[in-house]
Design a protein around this ligand. Structure first.
Ligand SMILES: Nc1ncnc2c1ncn2[C@@H]1O[C@H](COP(=O)(O)OP(=O)(O)OP(=O)(O)O)[C@@H](O)[C@H]1O
Length: 241
């Protein structure tokens, strides 16, 4: 399991996470939802080793992993798809995958690239193109493929659906289900709650750096007032579609 315990974090000298507890289980999809600025990306960056935490713990299979370098987290099986489907635009799609696979033993690279291309067969025809020429949805596929190429056990996806068409989102949602079915523990970080809650079994609602809810997605869906008040507290309308 990947556990986040009492996570506290500061940015620019200001506390932004005030004691967050999360748990990702193999094969399970969890959702971390909340308004703009609630602290979702900060949580992901802390788990990825990009931001140092000021207190608490991040445990991967009971091993303390907080304040380790991102490479160490990746080696422990934690992969992150950052917000904004950013690719290495001047490199080809194939080279984007090769860069992501660099930590693998050389003999395993080709097979792992084939494996992710089986998940995203639509990338086959794009392998030689500069990644910057792809559509937003195709770039997001490259980003997810980059995360998957190292065979992670935990996958954190910051904004799977933002800016993408409903058709692409449905396609990506199917991939997330497939990846989880293969035993990967997935955390979906979303402003748009309905997709995340539809896919997940566990849900966390972040409100101004604190958890306003932690429980099953079904229980959260049965209490829409929790989401509404959480988004309203942040001065935003609930993004329930
Ligand atoms: N680079 C930064 N320096 C200082 N404070 C920051 C920085 N980035 C974000 N913050 C602050 O940290 C808090 C949490 O922001 P964070 O980006 O984690 O929220 P979020 O829920 O991911 O929101 P969004 O959906 O807008 O990315 C906010 O108060 C924000 O203003």
């Amino acid at each position: 399991m990947l556990k986040v315990k009492n996570l506290r974090l500061q940015r620019g000298g200001k506390p932004v996470l005030h004691g967050i507890d999360l748990c990702l289980r193999p094969g399970q999809i969890s959702a971390l939802v909340g308004a703009n600025g609630a602290g979702k990306s900060s949580t992901v960056m802390a788990v990825a080793g990009v931001l140092p935490i000021s207190d608490g713990a991040i445990l991967v299979d009971e091993q303390p992993m907080h304040n380790q370098r991102p490479e160490r987290l990746r080696a422990a099986g934690v992969a992150v798809v950052p917000e904004g489907h950013k690719v290495l635009g001047d490199l080809s799609v194939l080279d984007n995958l090769r860069v992501a696979a660099a930590a693998l033993p050389a003999a395993a690279v080709a097979a792992q690239i084939e494996r992710v291309l089986a998940i995203f067969p639509e990338l086959h025809a794009k392998l030689g193109l500069a990644a910057k020429s792809l559509s937003g949805g195709q770039k997001q596929m490259v980003c997810i493929a980059q995360a998957l190429v190292v065979m992670p056990r935990y996958l954190l996806i910051d904004e799977l659906s933002l800016g993408l068409s409903p058709l692409i989102v449905k396609r990506l949602a199917d991939v997330v289900r497939e990846v989880a079915a293969q035993g990967v523990g997935v955390l979906l970080i979303e402003q748009f709650t309905s997709l995340a809650l539809d896919l997940s079994t566990q849900a966390y609602v972040l409100e101004r750096g604190r958890l306003a809810f932690s429980g099953t997605s079904t229980a959260l869906l049965a209490q829409p007032e929790i989401l509404h008040s959480s988004y309203l507290a942040s001065g935003q309308a609930a993004k329930v579609q």
